[in-house]
Write a protein of this length. Sequence first.
Length: 381
Amino acid sequence: MTTDVTIIGAGLGGLTLARVLHIRGIPATVYEAEASPTARAQGGMLDIHDYNGQLALDAAGLMDEFRGLILEGRQAMRILDPDGTVLLDQPDDGTGGRPEVQRGELRRILLDSLPAGTVRWDHKVSGTRALGEGRHEVTFADGTTVTTSLLVGADGAWSRVRPLLSAATPEYTGMAAVETYLLDSDTRHPATAKAVGGGSMFALTPGKAILAHRERGDTLHTYVMLTEPQDWFAGIDFTDAAATTARIAQEFDGWAPELTALITDSATPPVLRTLHALPIGHRWDRVPGVTLLGDAAHLSIPNGEGANLAMYDAAELGKALATHPDDVEAALSEYERAMFPRGAEAATEGTRLHEWLYGDDTPHGLISAFNEDHGQETSHA
Ligand SMILES: Cc1cc2nc3c(=O)[nH]c(=O)nc-3n(C[C@H](O)[C@H](O)[C@H](O)COP(=O)(O)OP(=O)(O)OC[C@H]3O[C@@H](n4cnc5c(N)ncnc54)[C@H](O)[C@@H]3O)c2cc1C
């Protein structure tokens, strides 16, 4: 392929695509809005699945590097009642297919695997324009432009490439996450560290939850999940950490102190992440010379698949382009034909998971689903 592939966005999807192309001899340039690889903390752990994310890393030739990042024991899972009663305690027996890694470390191995200069940092796309015959012009915030005959939008939820293909925009899901961290939890917050356990912990009631993860070392990373309209969150001044913490903690009045400490004792100011989704089954008619991957294509309610799918999309697209070096349209058609149903299926699953987690039957729906998955009988409490 003689054309340079132009990728917008150096998230896990965009970087995986650049890497999969690179090892197949196809040059790519990635334009990223952030000023540098360290401009923003890439917090959070990701479980990388053996049926999608790991396949992508294999296609990227990075399985050894990936294995070096795995945090042992983090596939353990606990489900707690708000009063701290343990309803399910599943240890990590080393047989799970979803090892956990730190997102920032995964991004780092992808960045390190690319030729110097592949990623152009501080290039925020402000607009895109079709030039005809499959060519597109990309305009950056500083007014400069590039033209390309193959443009890939890997620029996430608020993609600037998506309007070339579809008029869809993400809608608020009705739920947001507030992120907090406890550091040195084994020594400074032992009761909470014990409640969270070695992996992930879900404390749930209908419509709200405290979800926590043991990250590298004994850092505890929490998503406080709340079902409220966006106006409700807008009424909280998130620049005032103490007042925000008090307001969020108020929603968990009466919960066990070892759980509410995940909010009240945070070492970092609470950060709001409102959750949006594209319509399930979002798709478009083929437009020559441009496509999307990952969240830009199928942003969904969080379902534990988004990063995995972004990488998998990227690997599939990269392989399709390598298989059809002289026929970009054949490659894009083949990629999109499989990607549309894959994205829709994951989003549908996400809706089901959402119901298990936050619906009226929580936590029993989740426990039943978990036990069915593990071939165990369930009795509702
Ligand atoms: C709270 C929360 C928890 C999650 N937990 C999980 C999980 O446990 N497991 C999982 O698999 N997924 C999870 N996800 C989903 C996952 O984060 C996304 O699906 C995944 O990051 C999508 O990857 P991407 O490469 O498509 O987009 P992104 O990761 O969003 O990357 C897009 C990149 O494009 C850049 N960009 C954006 N706009 C522009 C522009 N105009 N110009 C240039 N560059 C631009 C961004 O700076 C970014 O670097 C979670 C999401 C949220 C919100």
